[in-house]
Write a protein that binds this ligand. Structure first.
Ligand code: GLA
Length: 372
């Protein structure tokens, strides 16, 4: 059996593909794969989940994709990535169960990529070294169409119970940050999904292209964002960019630069148990994603605002955006009241009965594992 958790990003949104550090955690919502190795090189995945179904394909040197947007491409992406890396994925049958909501910013797709990769490696007998596999799978997932960064696969593979992960890239490195007792993270669904296989994917890729173009226009492509951020203050960088970039690219650039600074400050706030400061940074992050990066929606904005009124210390859209979940930081002692208030002020007026797929508390959990 294989367990692959989802992840929630606490802060550092849309900057992993710029090579800048992010601060997510793996969560206690997982995809579980009940696996049986096969000897004929075929992969067969079944599931009772309404979002999935059954897919079967053969592991060959070049695996032809399913139509654009098909979930089976995440399993094919993992197999193709392993082959391209010179590994020998083994065929398997897998029955998938899950308590991780899909298409909502909690990385159910990457959990499937990671879970199927583990199933195909050594017939699922052992859990491989997480970081090299995370790097490989981050690139491999591009097969499914979104040119993601490396945050999701790293958080899913290297997660640790009770800890957030400060993930840096090129080379991939993880620093664990203990989450102070007394901090609770709640995720709440905006009631609009963001299908990464559809329009959300195109917007995602367009944002990544814009972030890369901004760097080009500033003549800094060779150095890259990490060097830019290390060499100048956010204010200096933005002031210089304002003279060169048009308004749209300037907004994208300003988000990346200010978000990178927020990640550093948020890590420090978490280490010093300053929940109020961490919460403020989350709100600033949301504002930047709303105005400069334009990946929020009216529903997400309303939910963030309602969460703040209900007593959150900070709240923001999490993941790629354009729908899905927000994450809120809430003092643990007020956490039950917070859930009640959010239920009555956001969900009831919209006629939604709250269940465990819409509003819940997330705990930082261990990364993906091959169990027995
Ligand atoms: C998706 C991608 C990640 C990251 C986030 C936004 O989850 O897969 O690599 O870019 O969006 O922060």
């Amino acid at each position: 059996m294989i367990r692959a958790p989802g992840r929630v990003n606490l802060i550092g949104e849309h900057i992993d593909y710029a090579g800048l550090p992010v601060l997510p955690m793996a969560i206690d919502r997982t995809l579980t794969l009940h696996v049986r190795p096969r000897t004929d090189g075929r992969v067969c995945i079944t599931s009772d989940l309404p979002s999935l179904g059954e897919r079967e394909f053969e592991i060959v040197r070049t695996i032809p994709p399913y139509p654009y947007g098909d979930w089976g491409n995440y399993a094919k992406a993992a197999m193709q990535g392993l082959i391209d890396a010179g590994l020998e994925p083994v065929g398997f049958d897998a029955r998938v169960t899950s308590n991780l909501p899909s298409a909502a910013g909690l990385s159910s797709s990457s959990a499937l990529v990671v879970g199927t990769a583990l199933a195909a490696l050594a017939g699922g007998c052992d859990t491989p070294d997480p970081l090299p596999l995370a790097s490989l799978l981050a690139k491999a997932e591009h097969y499914a169409g979104a040119r993601g960064g490396g945050m999701d696969q790293a958080a899913i593979l290297a997660g640790r119970a009770g800890h957030a992960l400060r993930i840096a890239f090129d080379p991939l490195q993880v620093r664990y940050v203990r989450i102070p007792s007394g901090w609770s993270f709640v995720v709440a669904h905006s009631l609009v999904t963001a299908e990464k296989g559809g329009a959300a994917r195109d917007t995602y890729n367009a944002r990544r292209t814009a972030v890369e173009r901004a760097l080009d226009e500033l003549g800094a492509s060779a150095a890259g964002y990490p060097k830019l951020v290390a060499d100048g203050s956010a204010e200096e960088l933005i002031a210089r960019a304002a003279g060169i970039l048009g308004p749209e690219l300037l907004g994208r650039f300003r988000h990346v630069i200010t978000e990178a600074a927020r990640v550093e400050r948020a890590e420090a706030a978490m280490r010093s148990d300053d929940a109020a400061a961490f919460g403020r940074l989350m709100c600033e992050s949301h504002e930047s994603l709303r105005t400069d990066f334009e990946v929020s929606t009216e529903a997400l904005d309303a939910l963030v605002e309602t969460a703040m009124t209900a007593g959150a210390l900070g709240a923001r859209v999490t993941g790629a955006g354009l729908g899905g979940f927000i994450i809120a930081l809430v003092p643990s002692r007020e956490h039950a009241e917070f859930l009640e208030r959010l239920e009555s002020s956001f969900y009831h007026p919209r006629g939604t009965r709250v269940d465990g797929s819409v509003l819940f508390t997330v705990q930082a959990a261990d990364g993906a594992r091959v169990l027995a």
